[in-house]
Design a protein around this ligand. Sequence first.
Ligand SMILES: [Fe+2]
Length: 527
Amino acid sequence: MKDRFFRKPGFLFAVFLIAFASAAVFYAFRECWVFFPPMLRYVGGAMGIFFILLANAALALMLYALRRYGSKREYEIPFYQKKWFSVLCIVSAALALLSAAGVACILIFGGAQTVRVLLLYLKRMAPWIALVIGAAVAVVVLPACKGRKKAVIAALLCAAVVLGSVALAFPLAPYRITSDPLVLDTGSDYSIVFATSAKGTGFVEYEFNGDAYKTYAEENGRILGDRLIHSIRVPYKHLQNNTYSVGSTRVIEEYSYGSRLGKTVKSTAYSFTAPKESDAEYLVLSDWHSYVDRAFSAVSYLGNYDAVLLLGDAAAGMDFEEEAAEYIVKFGGTLTRGAMPAVFVRGNHDCRGGFADALPSYLGLESLYYTVNMGDLSFIVLDSGEDKEDGHVEYGGMNAFSQYRRQMVEWLRHTEPAGKYKIALSHEWQICEPEPELSRAAWQALADADVRFLLSGHAHECRFLHEGTEYEQTFLSAFPEIEGYIDGGISGKNYVASKITVSASGVGFLAKDTAGRTVLETHLPWD
Ligand SMILES: [Fe+2]
């Protein structure tokens, strides 16, 4: 009987690889499983789908093994020529192709933002994926090979094991600082933040009043060595109109007795100046959602600026430290070139994922609501948290923003900003979106504090609030003294960035998009 292609060993092993790769990618996509249709509960939800994909990979490998090592006695028809074997081969191949098509749809329609996170999950899973495929080749494929082919496969497996072991014990990738520092104004001092390509320590060096300072990123006397992101707090007066440099030593391992350290890297010197007069220009960015190049393009048309206001939503979420390092620290460092201060406002997407809890401390921020003074100008920095009720399915039962926002509004009621001019910053203009009454209380507190402007993002459009929806206008009519502005953000392939020019006469607003088109340009007085 003719041996059909779908029963051939090579085909069956290819089915195993496709089925296993699809299962791995599907598992790496699990941060979006919550969006899958509820009817999937009949198969155990998305986790059930994952186990089906994994079982199909195991089936394909078993069929391969049976085909390779099954009975070949001459007096009977080989079982792999029997109908049941053919049916299993076809079912497994069809399921593998179906799962591959599903995974391809995720990659194609998920968008670059989703794929970037998926790749980080795959990177974390890489040792397990390599282990499964390596074991399958060593246990199932290798024994059936002969002569030169067997020697080549055995040599490749040995090389992979040796290289993997060496890479685990001795990091092979070069160690470097990944961008210019981002100097965040914390409201009480500066936090100099920078990132490295691997885990290590962080320190800042400068001179002040004739004394040399080398300040480490530490907690309770212990130098922090298990981070990509390093933040060092420095007093305002130490950095203003001064120069500084940052450095880091790679930490390979720490022991109770001793440690194994790698290379030490240092930056060039940065000159730092913060706005100290009323007249200054502030770059305002929100909702870049990892599309940093589009944001940089829009910024390039806005001319010079003296400080940067980052209004949140750096990426889809904060599942990994790498995301914060790339889309907050490197992004902000590139915009500021380590030479001017920035203010960080958390967006709702910055509240999501396993790294979100650690984000404030990694940036050197003790609180995410605070006031920052630059010359005669006070910024009231607010944290609107998530945009839906705490019990929403997307949050996986891990949010308590309702109580948090109440505490913040209570703080806001008692805050008296020192500046002559006051601007509030909040990712969402509602400040407390899921609690409308608390939103009104927050706006009332801003009005009581003589805040003239509220800068926000989140809506992914550029406009003043009074140009918006009926709800916005109804809400705003109670607070005519406050002008709300939404600064832009990513929208399709376009990004809109804003710049405000602050002077004694008022605030100028200028917004440009990725192509350099002027989206908005106007000037509003302080009263
Ligand atoms: Fe947002």
